[in-house]
Ligand binder design. Structure first.
Ligand code: LMR
Length: 395
């Protein structure tokens, strides 16, 4: 009886909301939970460029045989360019395709453990809950650093710097490259420069989780911090996801990149990434990453994809401004203006768990219990309903 000692696991908080929402019989319900983009009609569409790439690939794909342990090199090259531009010589970057951004995060964590069994990973308080869950599963000690100021709903930068100064060489500092999940509050350029100085001082290794490139201030703007860090410190780890910016969530396409100081270290890192993939699942999935490289390497598809992504980004920004204005109007105060200055798919509202619960039971509005809501779950008609619920629950 091998399974007799297994314990029931609590459901993932974010994913459990998806089920609860589906089971709610009310017509007037609003899903602001899981981080998937939805158009104004509530659909998560397949991007035009992806559909065309799929057609193109269907016509020319001639084999389903294995590709390589690190995935298709064309995918790696395309994502390295998208994320790092020309900021780093290619012979310093090791990379491997992974099943989605979560796969890249997981492989990165495993690599830390192999590299330094005494590693500690510093994560922002709060961070994406699955960061913590995976660290716990892998038995990797972690520490939190203060990040979000509950009063201003911005970054508590002084506390962040003070907590991160405890990290030392052999530790890892996990940073969100843009569009911080779950808060929506981000560092400015000056603050990123201070983080770079701090990393150079304490020798900790930065790991950048980049799941929303193109959702914040633009494709290039959203990798400002990633490029700055990768150029300025000896080693950088980047976990990039294609789920959101290519809308290919279920295809699972991500890339783990390791930037090192010299090409012989890079070669060792490359062999480690292939080895780790082999131990965990052998070959990473190919279909999603193939579509991404087709889009990025075709002039027309790439420009169409960029305009689709820009439309998504602008729609999020418009919804932020609308909601912030509506809240200003009905609450008569500016206390919700942070919603317009946050970036990405999410904002943390700052509501208590019981206020979040009340929004769900009384108004049919679903958000994560820490009051993170998905801006993309809104549209012109539902913005006033959310604003009303926020004010009436006393947030
Ligand atoms: C989210 O934070 O909602 C997304 O990253 C989806 C997930 O896997 O949790």
């Amino acid at each position: 009886m091998i399974f007799k000692n297994l314990q029931q696991q609590p459901p993932d908080k974010i994913l459990a909301l998806m089920t609860a929402f589906k089971e709610d019989p009310r017509d007037q319900k609003l899903d602001l939970g899981v981080g998937v983009y939805k158009d104004p009609t509530g659909i998560t569409p397949i991007m035009r460029s992806i559909k065309l790439a799929e057609k193109k690939w269907w016509e020319i794909e001639s084999s389903k045989s294995y590709v390589g342990l690190a995935g298709d090199p064309a995918f790696s090259d395309a994502i390295i360019s998208l994320v790092l531009g020309n900021s780093i010589p290619r012979n310093l970057i090791a990379s491997a395709a992974t099943p989605g951004g979560t796969g890249a995060v997981r492989q990165g964590f495993e690599l830390f453990k192999v590299a330094n069994p005494g590693v500690r990973v510093f994560v922002s308080d709060p961070t994406w809950p699955n960061h913590i869950s995976i660290l716990q599963y892998l038995n990797i000690p972690f520490e939190t650093y203060r990040y979000f100021d509950n009063e201003t709903r911005g970054v508590d930068f002084d506390s962040m710097v003070s907590d991160l100064s405890r990290a030392k060489a052999g530790d890892v500092i996990l940073l969100h490259g843009c569009c911080h999940n779950p808060t929506g509050a981000n560092l400015d350029k000056q603050q990123w420069k201070i983080i770079v100085n701090l990393l150079n001082k304490n020798g900790a290794t930065p790991m950048i989780d980049l799941a929303y490139q193109g959702f914040g201030d633009g494709l290039e703007e959203d990798v400002y911090a990633t490029r700055l860090i990768a150029e300025s410190v000896p080693e950088t780890v980047i976990a990039s996801s294609c789920s959101k910016n290519f809308g290919i969530y279920r295809e699972r396409a991500g890339l783990l990149m390791l930037v090192s100081q010299d090409s012989s270290k890079r070669n060792i890192n490359q062999s480690m990434l292939a080895y780790l993939n082999r131990q965990n699942y052998s070959f990473p999935p190919d279909h999603g990453s193939r579509l991404v490289s087709i889009v990025l390497n075709d002039k027309d598809l790439r420009s169409d994809w960029m305009s689709e992504l820009e439309d998504i980004r602008n729609s999020l920004l418009n919804l932020r401004v609308q909601l912030s204005n509506e809240l200003q109007k009905i609450s008569g105060s500016d206390r919700f203006s942070f919603i317009a200055s946050h970036r990405g798919m999410f904002s943390r509202l700052g509501a208590t768990p019981s206020q979040v619960e009340k929004m769900r039971t009384e108004f049919g509005i679903y958000m994560v219990s820490d009051s993170r809501f998905n801006v993309a779950g809104l549209n012109n008609e539902t913005v006033p309903a959310l604003a009303k619920a926020i004010v009436e629950t006393g947030v």
